[in-house]
Design a protein around this ligand. Structure first.
Ligand code: SD4
Length: 304
């Protein structure tokens, strides 16, 4: 099996740079996707994931994440406020508890009991961005529809106000794994949790059928169970790209979408076949395997 790792947005190249060496040296997919998310969680230039995420309206950063190998092997955490690596805590929930999802103080306390090191998540620049948004100098809405830079080729863009890192991997043993991590909407209502830590919303993996991950306006994904839907469509014979097209079209058909509404998705099958698509242009996918280390445009855009 030829390993591959796929990550959302241009900062997905940072993720892939951390995850690919794991796959290249015959490591597991779950180690690869965790390493990939951890790299972005620590990247202070990314203000939508991990340390440096833009706070909620109360001025506090809260993080969401999940990991998945199969319906019986998945875990998530939401509203984590004291730890930098929600993806690793999510993995610990999967591996060491009987539960799927821990939230808020319970998730933080669990992390502490597991020996994770508490970290201050708020950076000066994120706090400044929060001040600007709260005072109206910056739009408080998510702007997922902004174009990522393409003319400068592969230069990652780190100044977007949100975005989940979603990662799918196929390892040399042919095992699929997925993870995602985010600080969610900037200036969200305190307590708001989006799609990213919820199995079947931000991420779904069926080892025999395929995996799907989503980024963008979480509420759109949550109302349509987008990643679960994409995997179920593949189960019934759809190609990875057709599955994404139908899942994204379901969003377009179900909502009165604002001009900046955006959802980007990736699918990957155990055969190595994959696809990426988005509601609108502006979303890109980072792809890394033995032959390429690229940022690619969506293979289908629903709203043109
Ligand atoms: C959320 N889906 O919390 C995440 C944010 C995101 O691109 O992915 N933005 O709604």
């Amino acid at each position: 099996m030829q390993p591959i790792i796929l990550s959302t947005w241009s900062f997905g190249r940072v993720a892939n740079a951390a995850g690919w060496p794991v796959l290249e040296s015959n490591g597991t997919g779950i180690d690869a996707v965790e390493a990939a998310c951890c790299a972005v969680e620590l990247d202070l230039k990314v203000n939508s994931v991990g340390v440096g995420g833009v706070p909620d309206r109360s001025g506090r950063v809260s993080l969401d994440s999940c990991v998945m190998l199969s319906p019986s092997r998945c875990g998530g955490v939401a509203f984590v406020r004291r730890f930098a690596h929600p993806v690793s805590i999510a993995r610990r929930v999967m591996e060491d508890t009987q539960h799927v999802l821990l939230v808020g103080d319970g998730a933080d306390d669990f992390a502490e009991s597991q020996g994770f090191t508490p970290t201050d998540l708020l950076t000066e620049s994120a706090e400044q961005r929060w001040r600007d948004m709260m005072s109206g100098q910056r739009s408080i809405e998510m702007t997922a529809n902004r174009e990522e830079r393409t003319s400068e080729g592969d230069e990652p863009r780190h100044d977007s106000p949100h975005d989940t890192v979603g990662v799918l991997a196929l390892d040399a043993a042919g095992t699929l794994a997925g993870a995602c991590s985010t600080s969610g909407w900037p200036c969200k209502l305190p307590g708001r949790v989006g799609d990213s830590p919820i199995i079947g919303h931000g991420l779904y993996v069926d080892p025999n059928v395929g995996a799907a991950v989503a980024t963008g306006h979480g509420e759109l994904v949550m109302g349509t169970c987008s990643t679960f839907l994409a995997v179920e469509l593949m189960r019934r014979g759809a190609s990875p790209l057709d599955a994404l097209t139908d899942a994204l079209q379901r969003i377009a058909d179900s909502y009165d979408l604002s001009d900046d509404a955006q959802v980007g998705m990736i699918t990957l099958r155990p055969t190595g076949q994959w696809a990426c698509a988005a509601l609108r242009a502006g979303y890109r996918t980072a792809v890394r395997d033995a032959e390429q280390d690229d940022l690619v445009e969506p293979q289908r855009v629903i709203l043109t």
